[in-house]
Write a protein that binds this ligand. Structure first.
Ligand code: GLN
Length: 535
């Protein structure tokens, strides 16, 4: 059977949640048992987003295969419950570097190399390759950016051409503003955007309307009138209590049946068990039995998207334990003057990953506060490194202990560059990236109780590590090393002995799925729940 395609475009403005719409479409099709995968187009000229600032662009997501990809991949994986590969991320940077390499090799001898047909053909060939290799029923393509941008115009042109060859359904995710408190839902921006899309030779089959409140019938009818689409194809995608409800919300509108019919897919029954399981989780997220407060002590707290995987992993773990997790976003530099009252009353503390020295001392203060007050602590990558620094300074009495990332001249470099990183000159894709194995060497540990197995695999993104020369003194003073790489060269997890505190060099949040929460997050939420009950 030939692969069919769904192409998700965005209009009016960015940041509408095309990733959530794409993920929901994937999930719906997978409920029917169709074989699906996503592809994301990003028009920027970076090769990948590994060198971008998460404060501006949002979290850099890492896949098992070391790819550093757009944070939408996190959404696809959380919904689909599948680990994806880097070939599904197609950026302007990758395409242009490939096409220029081909040109230098002489692949186009005699021709002047152009966006159309050379670049567009390159895009279509990639898409066809993915569809063929994975024997897909449906490939769902999310086009980054907004229709009308120069950046994604060649992707959109390629999609127009794709539709000439294969069954392709287009979805436009748009925004319906409402002026004033009791104002009217405005459709004009969507009407103009629709014209722009039609100007590219594409007629969307559905319009997903993002809005703060449900789309009114009269709004749907108006959009229908101006776009030639039946009103049932104007889909309500207004804010929901949790974004994980969107697949259910789309099914309630009959979108699943229409889409399957449009694509000409063989008719199948939805897997009722899977759907029921998903619905139960969504209801638990929406109506938790109890609530806990977790402080997330970060540097980029103004842009919460920088920590989206941590936030979602807490939601997944909370749903499993029937608990809602309120995140208290604490800016680490606000803790530097020693006043930690912002942390009063929290049930758990997380220091997530990060780079650069701003706010480091505030994070260390937070970790000390957690340790001394026996507040459950979870340290993720940098949060683990600083857990070691705090322990070295305040328990092992190693004055001025630090990571050489922040103090290259420290007397006690308890955290130091991984030796293989010393010769690294280029910045792109040169960190210790992707899935690495960790051996849990102590079964009486938080790590073992969480994972229930001795060899685990988690994703990484770092250049620094625990300095092995300090392992002995740290352990002698009570810090427990519970996980190492199978060759014992790198420390992977450390724990406190007297209360719940674990730091991991990995980013377990990157593997957390709605239906399969990250084990360490489940243990952490469990410990925080216990703590909140004791208050
Ligand atoms: N900056 C630290 C390192 O490179 C931690 C990285 C991270 O938290 N992802 O090792």
């Amino acid at each position: 059977m030939q692969t069919k395609f769904v192409v998700v475009l965005g209009s009016v403005m960015s940041g509408l949640g095309k990733g959530v719409a794409t993920s929901s479409i994937l999930k719906i099709l997978s409920f029917y048992g169709y074989k699906v995968l996503p592809v994301k187009f990003d028009g920027y000229l970076n090769y990948d987003c590994g060198t971008m600032n998460p404060y501006r662009h949002g979290e850099v997501f890492v896949l098992d295969d070391k790819s550093e990809v757009d944070m939408d991949f996190g959404m696809y994986e959380r919904f689909l419950g599948k680990d994806l590969s880097g070939e599904l991320s197609i950026t302007g940077g990758k395409l242009f570097s490939e096409i220029i390499a081909k040109e230098r090799r002489g692949d186009f001898l005699g021709a002047d190399v152009q966006i159309i047909p050379h670049l567009t053909n390159q895009i279509i060939e990639k898409i066809e390759g993915i569809a063929r290799r994975h024997k897909l029923d449906v490939l769902v393509i999310e086009v980054g950016g907004t229709v009308g941008d120069i950046e994604n115009s060649y992707f959109i042109e390629a999609m127009r051409q794709l539709a000439l060859k294969y069954k392709t359904v287009f979805i436009d995710v748009t925004y319906i503003p409402k002026l004033g408190v009791v104002g009217e839902q405005k459709t004009k921006p969507t009407q103009y955007a629709f014209k722009t899309i039609m100007g590219s030779g594409i007629i969307p089959n559905y319009i997903f309307c993002r809005a703060s409140e449900p789309i009114e019938e009269k709004t749907k009818n108006k959009i229908s009138l101006y776009t030639n689409l039946e009103a049932e194809r104007i889909i309500d995608d207004s804010d929901l209590k949790t974004l994980y409800r969107l697949p259910l919300h789309l099914i309630e509108q009959g979108f699943d049946k229409m889409l399957i019919k449009d694509l000409g897919l063989e008719r199948r029954k939805i897997d009722g068990e899977k759907l029921k399981g998903w619905r139960e989780i969504v209801e638990k997220i929406e109506n938790p039995k109890r609530r806990i407060n977790i402080a997330l002590v970060g540097k980029y707290t103004e842009l919460k998207d920088a920590y989206i995987s941590v936030r979602e992993a807490l939601t997944h773990a909370g749903a499993k334990l029937d608990a809602g997790v309120n995140i208290k976003w604490v800016e680490s530099s606000d803790l530097e003057n020693g006043d930690l009252s912002l942390l009063n009353g929290v049930d758990g503390i997380i220091v997530p990953g990060g780079f650069g020295s701003r706010g480091i001392e505030g994070k260390i203060n937070a970790i000390r506060f957690a340790r001394e007050n026996k507040i459950p602590y979870l340290g993720l990558c940098l949060g683990m490194q600083l857990m070691v620094v705090e322990y070295a300074r305040n328990v092992c009495n190693l004055k001025g202990a630090n990571s050489t990332e922040f103090d290259p001249k420290t007397r006690h470099n308890v955290i130091d560059l991984i030796p293989s990183q010393r010769k690294v000159k280029l910045k792109g894709a040169t960190m210790r990236l992707g899935a690495w194995k960790c051996k849990i060497i102590n079964t009486n540990s938080i790590a073992y109780r969480a994972y229930r197995k001795k060899i685990i695999s988690e994703r990484h993104r770092h250049r620094y590590e625990v300095n092995n020369r300090y392992r002995r003194i740290l352990e002698k003073k009570g810090l427990v090393i519970t996980g190492v790489t199978p060759d014992n060269k790198l420390v992977e997890t450390v724990e406190w002995r007297d209360s719940f505190g674990i730091g991991t060099q990995a980013h377990p949040e990157l593997k957390s799925k709605v239906e399969e929460p990250a084990p360490l997050f489940v243990s952490f939420v469990e410990a925080s729940l216990k703590r909140s009950g004791e208050k």
